[in-house]
Ligand binder design. Sequence first.
Ligand code: ATP
Ligand code: MG
Length: 420
Amino acid sequence: MEITAPRGVRDILPGETEKWRFVEGVAYNLAKRYNYREIIIPIFEHTELFSRGIGEATDIVSKEMYTFEDRGGRSLTLRPEATASIVRAYLEHHFEQKPQPQKFYFFGPMFRYERPQAGRYRQFWQIDFEALGSPDPLLDVEVIALAWDLMFSLGIKNLEIQINSIGCPKCKEGYKIALKEYLADKLNLLCEDCQRRYETNVLRILDCKRESCRSIVEGAPKITDYLCADCKNHFEEVKEGLDLLSLPYILNPYLVRGLDYYTRTTFEIISYKLGAQNALCGGGRYDLLAFEIGGSMVPGVGFAAGLERIVMVLEEEGLLQDTEKGIDIFIVSIGEEAKKQAFKLLHILRREGISADMDYTNKNLKAQMKIANQKKAAKVLIIGEDELSVGMVKIRDMDSGKQEEVSLSDVLSYLRRWKK
Ligand code: ATP
Ligand code: MG
């Protein structure tokens, strides 16, 4: 086959999709419990939304976006993340007129032109929670608690919450000067990207994944020492809230996250089980994002979790074994007339809410039983010519191997009783 899926893009195959749905189901239930309502945002947006919202000098905007011109000459971009779109939707549909905060849940694929590797793809899935319209530090705590609860509900252990505050633009200005001063005589030790970042967006150096840059960053001044009184207070209240709920966290003064829109709180949940791509989810507060994309000031806080990485951890920890369920019934039939009866019965069973399938290959009994096994059927209905002539079918329980004869007219009530 010459045509394969593009690089970094995967098919989620049967067998895997069940795992996807399992995680999505847990997230959806949590959204209900925490009162975050589902929103479905467009797959592409005006490029400007992301370049203004996420920031021109970020990796995402400068080199990871799938941007194209449509037939009307507009510049459009496949969404690389959900927050900017959700804030856009909030503004566009006047959610500021409703009681605040307004809370949203979203689940869907994102697109980034990155170097594909384990846990890093060009199309990947995110679960996203956003709370808009309140600067209350307890809302930051709620969002972190929700992210933690998501991992807990999935059964994932060996996790760490890292938090930081990167302050407001005022705090950032002072910090940037101090950081530049610290890095000035170490420039030649930084990677090429970071040398560029030194000029364009020095905070981004803290987010570099290279070991050599990281070791330099370790001795850098801490942004938390540069917070203004308001931002400092806000951060103190976030930490108090986390303590109130007994949520374990580690302070990481170098956690800035890959998007420019963050203000004050940033956080990540890290898994010890993943290698370099160890962030299961990340988020924070973005009080200026709505304003940056042309709206009014709407404070907000949220996070996104990567589905591929969550599934990787679940697999590694053996937490997904039962997700691939078989069907209730597989009907095996021998002969033309029996096949017709099987087909009719199949339709009745399905309409009855019983998951069922039958053989379409006309193979012999043994071969059909093998298919039933592969489909993990709980019971097999066997309709042969002999059985049919006396109006009976055999029902075999695949677990115990026990076999019973039931009259064709009683099959439905028999299976109804069994399904209860
Ligand atoms: P990273 O630091 O790993 O590049 P990021 O800071 O770019 O992540 P966000 O944009 O905040 O991540 O996205 C939130 C989550 O989405 C990440 O924690 C991760 O689980 C997942 N994620 C991000 N990029 C990818 C990707 N290319 N492939 C798979 N999952 C991803
Ligand atoms: Mg990234």
